[in-house]
Design a protein around this ligand. Sequence first.
Ligand SMILES: Cc1cc2nc3c(=O)[nH]c(=O)nc-3n(C[C@H](O)[C@H](O)[C@H](O)COP(=O)(O)O)c2cc1C
Length: 442
Amino acid sequence: MNPMPRRARTRRKFLQMLGVSPLIASSSVLAGGLADLLRAEPLQEEHFLGWLGTLQQQDDAIISAPDQALDVMDFEPAARKNIPPAHWGYLATGVDDDATVRANRDGYSHIQIRSRRLVDVTNIDMSRIIFGTKWDTPIVLSPVGAQKAFHPDGELGVARAAGKKGNLMMLSTVASASIEDALAARGGQVWQQLYPTNVWEVTRAIIKRAETAGSPAIVLTVDLHDGSNRETLFRAQRVDRRQCSLCHGGYSPFARGKTGATSASEGFAKYVARKPMFDGLDVSKVTQLHPLAMSWDLVKRLRDTITVKFLIKGIVTREDAELAVEHGVDGLVVSNHGGRAENTLRPTIESLQEVVEAVAGKLPVIVDGGVRRGTDIFKALALGAAAVGFGRPHSWGLGAFGQAGVEAVLEIYRRELRAIMRQAGTTSLDKITREYVIPRSS
Ligand SMILES: Cc1cc2nc3c(=O)[nH]c(=O)nc-3n(C[C@H](O)[C@H](O)[C@H](O)COP(=O)(O)O)c2cc1C
């Protein structure tokens, strides 16, 4: 068959789709779509048009205002529509085939709730005291790096939303806002997450800066080494036609082959230097955020250095939980980095149970990973979590509608938790015990 009439048809169809769908017309994936299409083999053309068709159908269902959302998942397509592909890839990606991202979510469906009846549930108290501070709910915003990549409001929009809704927030070491600004935006109570780096003076300076600013806790993340295989991110980067170096100042550890750094170590130092928490520090020797040499010796050193509360994030086993207690840590976050560390297939809700047993009430345990419903929060509380965190959903809210989207996400979690507490007959968090959950039999 002569390819020219076919290409003309394809071109016409593509232009029709652009005409009817604002989503497709505005999508930066499609900046060079037509040119590719005209060069493509017939099979690829069909694939591409099929994909466009799906995108167009999805467009009809995407919410256009925060109050249209029925659940936090509704913010995901709305954010995806706004966020450039490579940044979307950074947000969505797990490692390898993302199976642990799915496992985190799936873990909650293996637990059932045993509701009690005939309990007066007129008043529901969702408050929880952590390290002497009373929180309205046990719902926590886990740290997410570089949130200005999702919306100009960035971490400060998240912090304002957290302040307005009364939620605890953790700020990433590689956030696009400083701890001082985040504390001011939230009105206090932002915990500083810590990537330790390979240079002790830099690590110490970040801790002291956060303490001086008034952050009441430092949260050391231990579940990640550089170079995790983030395939979804790498695939998304391929379809993003923008030049990463224009915004990333010559280097991003996540942007494969598109930034033109002269050497990896020089590039890494430049990348770190652009992060507000590294302002004014000599970062010339910083080559790793997650040093390969990190061990319990670092925990000892940090315990001697940190004067506020000290938590470890990323613990998933009984053994490590026991060691953390021995090292005098004040709290734990059970986390697998939202399935972005290693592909274990093990949901954090399963890890939570052995960690809670190991610490035996000596310190508070927070869990995150795949928490998307009030019922998930309920189940985690029943299994001994002091509080429950989430990462991607506050970025979906942010990417979709800025600060207003984050507020709406927080409100939905709160509403859903209150609803299941009523339904299950539990009027306060301390009433949500193991008796209220049971493993699914099949
Ligand atoms: C885009 C993105 C960036 C993240 N950045 C950090 C970070 O800087 N520090 C950290 O300790 N965890 C980071 N995490 C992990 C989250 O704190 C949290 O553990 C995880 O997102 C929870 O899983 P969920 O996204 O399924 O809720 C990040 C997660 C995502 C999705």
